[in-house]
Design a protein around this ligand. Structure first.
Ligand code: NAD
Ligand code: MN
Length: 497
């Protein structure tokens, strides 16, 4: 994949067929209303195509189709070993179309093509494959009953799952939901972000090719307040799974309460602390990880290490190492395989990030590097990776999720203060600790209120471990067998013998 040059990718972009219609009952079709919206690339502002703008009528249709598919049993009652094979084929097809999907992802949301090919696509295929492979290896339970009773504890698919996903890892977040939802036999209606609908739409066709029956996987592109809301309020959606901001996550809980009490599982935002103690085993490695933790994916990462907590005794030596490391992360055209920082997803997000940079200045933080929009002449939305020092945890840039490449450096004197600052946030998605002291690593790790804790690294994990948040970072977990809990109901059956 990496052998392609920028001009190869540009040529492919020209030849690319962009499918913007909704996908319902195994085929692409226009929104019921016929409405569309423009899909613009943040790479250079080019028009990629027109995308169906779905609304309530499409939600009603897709949920009906999904319900009928579920009730037919074609997928929901297929033997697990067969569902496994179909999902393995689906994963194979995602990989086989890897370059096309990577290109769609990069054009649609601006991330470097080298990340789309090496991270997003393989991880997405792996999420589908891992979930599929697991499904014929999970057993139900027999209760410890009296002699004349047989108590069966079984798991059943919930039925119709609506999945609403964000734009930062569009394909990957989709597949984190789709893998376990489909493996357990559910029907799915996916609503991708209006900012990045293209890969979700493309894989719907691949799902059919893989052998997933019509109607089991449907995709409705469109806006949150129209089709997203319609799905969240729908009386025949059993479970709503979401990745996105905490603000919308809270709204979805209200919609569930106002409608049918559908189960709601939320992966939301973060403001993750990356804590570097003076006894960190390798300060250079820690500095490089700190830079990557804020620059990778343009900082548009829920687990971005956006608060760098540094022990004051090493601050003057450590922070310059981070500045140095961040110089290696330069915005460039995402279709160039050398580029490590692409464009922010759109103008709205760019302006949002720039307004936080202004807030850093206004609140008295000290800019060390970056801080500006760049490459404006390209028509794209690029912002330099940025570091503010002298930040305290009460400043807006330390409290609010920026979702861009802006790092806040906060000093601390001791372990107790580090833990207090780290936990002083409404979020609880991830945290990292750098220390050579084994006891300190464990004790601080235990004290951190976060769903993922990394020791002497930033951002570890794969499909084998659950991923999700404490506090306002959400509930439930994606990945691992724990994710299957979200897509199944437990049933107890008592048989009198
Ligand atoms: P967002 O909350 O604005 O939108 C997410 C999705 O919700 C989109 O598809 C959007 O159209 C939809 N939506 C918006 N309003 C809605 C409504 N009223 N009803 C129904 N749906 C609605 O988030 P975003 O800007 O797309 O993504 C960035 C956010 O996602 C960040 O907060 C980030 O931390 C979070 N995120 C979390 C994780 C995680 O796993 N915890 C992973 C990636 C991103
Ligand atoms: Mn887009």
């Amino acid at each position: 994949m990496t052998a392609l040059t920028r001009s190869d990718w540009e040529q492919r972009a020209k030849d690319l067929k962009i499918e913007g219609r909704a996908f319902v009952q195994g085929e692409y079709r226009n929104a019921v209303s016929g409405a569309t919206f423009e899909c613009l690339s943040p790479v250079d502002g080019r028009l990629l195509g027109h995308v169906a703008s779905c609304d309530q009528a499409d939600a009603d249709l897709a949920v009906k189709v999904a319900r009928e598919a579920f009730d037919s049993g074609a997928w929901s009652r297929m033997a697990p070993v067969k569902r496994k094979k179909v999902l393995q084929r689906f994963a194979d097809l995602i990989e086989a179309h890897g370059e096309e999907l990577a290109l769609l992802e990069t054009l649609d949301m601006g991330k470097p093509i080298s990340d789309s090919t090496s991270v997003d696509v393989p991880a997405a295929a792996n999420a589908i494959r891992w979930s599929g492979e697991a499904i014929d290896k999970i057993y139900d339970e027999v209760a410890a009953t009296a002699h004349n009773q047989l108590g069966l504890v079984t798991r059943e698919p919930v039925g119709v799952v609506a999945a609403i996903v964000p734009w930062n890892f569009p394909l990957l977040m989709t597949c984190w939901k789709l893998g376990p939802a489909l493996a357990t036999g559910n029907s799915v209606v996916l609503k991708p972000s209006e900012k990045s609908p293209l890969t979700g739409l493309r894989i719907a066709q691949l799902a059919i090719e893989a052998g997933i029956p019509q109607g089991v996987f449907n995709v409705l592109p469109g806006f949150g307040h129209t089709v997203g809301k319609a799905l969240a309020l729908h009386m025949d959606v059993d479970t709503l799974v979401f990745t996105g901001s905490s603000k919308i996550a809270k709204q979805l809980m209200i919609y569930a309460g106002e409608s049918n009490m559908k189960r709601v599982w939320l992966e939301a935002g973060g403001k993750s602390p990356n804590i570097v103690f003076a006894d960190a085993p390798d300060l250079k490695a820690a500095a490089e990880a700190a830079a990557s933790a804020i620059a990778f994916n343009q900082g548009e990462v829920c687990t971005a290490g956006s608060r760098l907590l540094v022990e004051n005794s090493i601050k003057d030596t450590f922070v310059p190492l981070v500045v140095e490391a961040l110089k290696g992360w330069k915005p460039g055209n995402p279709l160039d395989p050398q580029t490590t920082v692409g464009a922010l997803v759109d103008t709205i997000q760019m302006n949002n990030v720039l307004s936080y940079i202004q807030a850093g200045h206004d609140d008295g933080a000290k800019l060390l590097i970056g801080g500006k929009r760049v490459l404006e002449e390209t028509g794209g939305t690029y912002v330099e990776p940025t570091i503010f020092d002298g930040v305290n945890n009460a400043m807006r840039i330390a409290k609010e999720e920026i979702f861009g490449p802006v790092l806040s450096v906060i000093g601390f004197d001791d372990e107790k203060e580090a833990i207090a600052i780290a936990n002083d946030t409404v979020y609880g998605l991830a945290a990292a600790v750098w220390t050579s002291n084994l006891s300190r690593a464990h004790l601080v790790g235990k004290a951190l209120r976060a769903g993922s804790v990394w020791i002497n690294q930033y951002d570890g994990g794969d499909m084998t471990a659950p991923f999700g948040g404490f506090k306002q970072s959400g509930n439930g977990r994606d990945k691992s067998l724990h994710a299957f809990d979200k897509y199944t109901e437990l049933k107890s059956t008592w048989i009198k013998l």
